[in-house]
Write a protein that binds this ligand. Structure first.
Ligand code: TRP
Length: 349
């Protein structure tokens, strides 16, 4: 069975966009591959070096993934910081990683500019000048610079060949392949396989926001969270952007309306969808009714997950057990790789 690794940064609650965009593919993959899904708590230090309550954020995300149906008996679910071997591999990979190549990655440049309070439009030269400016009160951490090395370590430590990620991770994946190849060529071994991106976004449903245009996202401020209660869901859906309604039969749907229908297509039955679609095509649509139905169907989808989140979140013992089991399985695989890596480099294995 092929090995799959994916990391999830613990940055807040899961929303419907995350569910249909990513979590759903994880659910399927756990039955088809040897899966390692981990919570990237070390990575979160690259942007939040003084975490407020990192254990809490980790537990929240763990409970939500379990509630969605990731099965700790099938996939190995673990917390990155529980597997210290990752840090050791990160150290070795960093010795052969160039600061130039790391500085040229777009996500580094974007985040570094932000941390230096430089406008995104400014040139790379300004960014470098500010990084080297001793008088600057803002600095960019070595941790942020080496984000891709840590990610490469996460992946190759289990010799993964497939990595389900969003399209935005393309460059990080290219770096992971490069660092794997470089290790092999530096030591003249065929040790690490090159991991390939596995874009779930091709197969995944793009969940729209209900605020007129674009996708659902946390930073877009239009997310419906799996943990949202019935009242909150209703409030969010009733606020969805609509228009005065079509005046010609079978009109093309403007984006805000199309988004409402897309959402309905995702969570409602075909009959419900067809019913409102026909109303729309006959110019008899009442958006208020449609939204009420949509809110109900979203709630029906979320309610069982929400109940499981609350149950799991309240069961600290269970979460600790899952995390310990995952840590054991992941450590076993990581320790094996590291013993070999140490021997290849020339340390005691
Ligand atoms: N960089 C990934 C993201 O932002 C998270 C991540 C960290 C990851 N390590 C990984 C993803 C290893 C896949 C494999 O989404």
């Amino acid at each position: 069975m092929e090995t799959v690794v994916s990391g999830i940064r613990p940055t807040g609650n899961l929303h419907l966009g995350n569910y249909f965009g990513a979590v759903k593919s994880f659910l399927q993959m756990q039955y088809e591959y040897n899966c390692y899904f981990f919570i990237a708590d070390w990575h979160s230090l690259t942007t939040h070096p003084h975490p407020d309550n990192i254990r809490n954020s980790v537990k929240t995300i763990l409970a939500e993934y379990l509630a969605c149906g990731i099965d700790p008996e099938k996939a190995t679910i673990y917390i990155q910081s529980d597997v210290r071997e990752v840090a050791e591999l990160y150290l070795y990979l960093n010795m052969n990683a160039g600061i130039g190549e790391l500085m040229r990655t777009t996500s580094f440049k974007d985040k570094a500019r932000k941390q230096l309070h430089i406008d995104a439009a400014d040139s790379d030269g300004d960014m470098e000048k500010e990084i080297f400016n001793e008088g600057n009160k803002h600095s960019v951490s070595a941790g942020l610079l080496t984000y891709p090395t840590l990610m490469a370590a996460d992946i190759i430590i289990h010799k993964a060949v497939k990595v389900p990620v969003g399209k935005d991770q393309e460059q990080n994946m290219e770096m992971a392949r490069r660092f794997a190849r470089r290790f092999n060529s530096t030591f003249g071994v065929e040790f690490f396989p090159e991991p390939a991106s596995f874009y779930y976004s091709n197969k995944a449903v793009k969940v729209p926001g209900l605020d007129g245009s674009g996708k659902m996202g946390k930073s877009e401020g239009n997310a419906i969270y799996l943990i949202d209660d019935e009242k909150t869901i209703k409030k969010k859906v009733m606020k969805a952007v609509t228009d005065a309604g079509p005046t010609e039969p079978n009109s093309v749907k403007p984006e805000p309306i199309a988004n409402l229908f897309t959402m309905m297509d995702i969570v409602s039955t075909k009959d419900t969808y067809d019913f409102f679609n026909e109303k729309y095509n006959n110019c008899e649509i009442r958006y208020g009714d449609m939204k009420k139905q949509l809110a109900e169907d979203i709630n029906n989808f979320c309610a069982p997950i929400r109940e499981r989140i609350l149950d799991i979140r309240a069961n600290d013992e269970y979460m600790t057990k899952v995390a310990r089991m995952g840590a054991e399985k992941a450590s076993e695989s990581a320790a094996k790789t590291l013993r070999e890596v140490r021997e290849i480099i020339g340390f005691r294995g």
